[in-house]
Design a protein around this ligand. Structure first.
Ligand SMILES: Cc1cc2nc3c(=O)[nH]c(=O)nc-3n(C[C@H](O)[C@H](O)[C@H](O)COP(=O)(O)OP(=O)(O)OC[C@H]3O[C@@H](n4cnc5c(N)ncnc54)[C@H](O)[C@@H]3O)c2cc1C
Length: 386
């Protein structure tokens, strides 16, 4: 595709927005990114990148950067919350799925994605409030009353997506009364304690906690929980809401001493509402399409929310490259046809919170997926061959 032939605007500079900015540029498409935040803050949280998303990140040249800032766990380890008995362990050597499994600070992933695109294409303090489509162009309207135009728009604006509201209609995400406490803190606070070489999920009857290191030197420890919240608690901007560390410790009183030691060591914590949605009826309208949490938000229980947003980015770029900038709507339909069955399946398993709880089901369909090379699903099977 000739560079500059097609111009695409991306709303949202989160994990999905930055990833798709990089994959579209790789396909020779001109891109501008509009982000509501006035600056990027270092949100205290960890994130796991599984081999399926690491393959996409390799293609946009951020793998090496991430290796330098991340912890590479030995395995995906699942243990009973109280006894510590191993329920399922999946060692994750790179050779298993052709890419590493890395655990990192969320801000290090964001920084790495930022480094994959030129600074000048990112426009901060641009909160989208309206969209108009006419004559093969999309006009974006921002809260500061400015406007910008592009041949197409990608809504990568997260679980509370304004783009989704505009093209599909407003509704509220599903909140099943569960919250996630989280904290990143220096490992020195563990007083010599070690959380182990694996990423460990400790399963209780109605709650769990996931614990891992986020740096190669194990200098930072991270945990994230899922616990029932008695009161209906939901914030629109939940990244910065503080949690009560005493309440958190109480919620895990019956857990294994290794878990309690981590919670005793953590000085404070934040909390998130855990939100999800049923699969949407459609992912695009005309020249506007959705990506990531904007179209398939899921519970974090499979660690696949950002990963699937990053996969979307590779598939969308491939679909757009295939039409050579000509039939954008067709490319958007093909993208949805390819992605929706996979993301809907992941949304459903994440919602049920059964992934790796036990058993020995094959995980290759999830971690072995290679978004750069998987055959694209035809939009109309009777017309096109794969
Ligand atoms: C507790 C927890 C743990 C998680 N752990 C993992 C994990 O280990 N692995 C994993 O893969 N995923 C994980 N996730 C999921 C992951 O965080 C999300 O799926 C991912 O951030 C989605 O990326 P996104 O780009 O779609 O949305 P976001 O990252 O939410 O980015 C959206 C961006 O759009 C901007 N924006 C919003 N509205 C507007 C507007 N109107 N105009 C302009 N900009 C706008 C926002 O400011 C933001 O920058 C976890 C989630 C939670 C809650």
């Amino acid at each position: 595709m000739a560079k500059g032939k097609l111009s695409i605007a991306i709303v949202g500079a989160g994990m999905g927005g930055l990833a798709v900015a990089a994959t579209l540029r790789r396909a020779g498409i001109a891109v501008q990114v509009y982000e509501q935040a006035p600056r990027f803050a270092r949100i205290g949280a960890g994130i796991q990148m599984m081999p399926n998303s690491m393959k996409v990140l390799r293609g946009i040249d951020v793998e090496e950067k991430l290796r330098q800032t991340s912890f590479q766990p030995y395995s995906h380890l699942n243990r009973e919350g109280d006894t510590g008995k191993v329920m399922r362990e999946l060692p994750m050597p790179e050779s298993l799925f052709g890419a590493p499994y890395l655990c990192m600070h969320r801000a290090d992933l964001h920084d790495a994605l930022l480094s994959a695109v030129p600074e000048e294409i990112i426009h901060l303090d641009k909160k989208l409030v309206g969209l108009e489509q006419s004559a093969g162009q999309v006009t974006m309207v921002f809260a500061d009353s400015t406007r910008a135009r592009a041949d197409a728009v990608i809504g990568a604006d997260g679980v509370h997506s304004v783009v989704r509201d505009i093209i599909i209609g407003p509704d509220e995400p599903i909140h099943k009364g569960r919250i996630a406490y989280r904290a990143v803190f220096p490992s020195t606070l563990l007083n010599g304690g070690d959380i182990g070489a694996s990423r460990t999920k400790w399963w209780g009857a109605d709650r769990h906690i996931v614990i891992y290191y986020t740096t190669p030197t194990r200098s930072e420890a991270y945990f994230v929980t899922s616990v029932p919240e008695p009161a209906e608690w939901l914030t629109r901007e939940s990244w910065s809401a503080k949690g009560d560390v005493k309440e958190l410790r109480k919620a895990y009183e019956g857990f294994h001493p290794d878990v309690r030691a981590v919670l005793e060591a953590c000085p404070d914590c934040h909390k998130w509402a855990i939100l999800e949605r049923e699969p949407l009826p459609k992912w695009s309208e005309g020249r506007v399409a959705l990506l990531g949490d904007a179209c398939h938000p899921m519970t974090p229980y499979m660690a696949q929310g950002a990963a699937t947003a990053i996969e979307d980015a590779a598939i969308l770029a491939r679909c757009l490259a295939e039409v050579g900038g000509e039939d954008i709507e067709k490319a958007f339909h093909r993208y949805e046809a390819h992605r929706k069955p996979r993301t809907s399946r992941i949304q459903a398993i994440s919602s049920a919170n059964t992934w790796m709880k036990g058993g020995s089901d094959d995980t290759t369909w999830l971690y072995g997926y290679d978004a750069w090379n998987v055959p694209l699903t035809p939009t109309e099977p009777h017309v096109e061959a794969v």
